[in-house]
Design a protein around this ligand. Sequence first.
Ligand SMILES: [Zn+2]
Length: 197
Amino acid sequence: MLAQDGEGVGRMHTGCIEVVCGSMFSGKTEELLRRIRRARFARQAVQLFKPRVDNRYDALKVVSHEGVSADALPVAHSEELLGCVAAETAVVGIDEVQFFDPAISGVVQRLAGQGMRVIVAGLDQDYRGEPFGPMPTLMAIAEYVTKLHAVCARCGAQACRSQRLVAREEQLFVGGAATYEARCRRCFVASAVTMEL
Ligand SMILES: [Zn+2]
């Protein structure tokens, strides 16, 4: 049988690591929150974390693009996260894990070693199509890896990359923040491309 996640394993307190990854708009946060919700239904003690750098939607919540949210504790780095995990916690969730420092893989190993089920979600590739920060290591040490796909904004195929779009010079406004769209391997360009309006 193909196990998709460590739901049963986590209940037996043997500990495990689960990675949910993919491009932007692939539903990573949605999947993380689904697993967290099920653990809470099962009356397991759950703690949800996010990196402090990410305050796109709400500082104290994890919010998916679909608007589903859950309370999360923002932490500045992996060491702070480790210090915040309570002994009675059974399930640890981490969103946007690609933004953490390299030591996050050791922290995750340690928590799983203590019998916790650790579920992390993050972008597997950056906007150049390169492996993102600690993701390759996390994917290697995990018991379960789920790769989700978005839909290519250009051709409708399965998308695995996050295309960075920049506005034309005359369109630069409000801080010139980059936007992204999901693209397949064929439509992806390994640099920022000018936004088409
Ligand atoms: Zn495409």
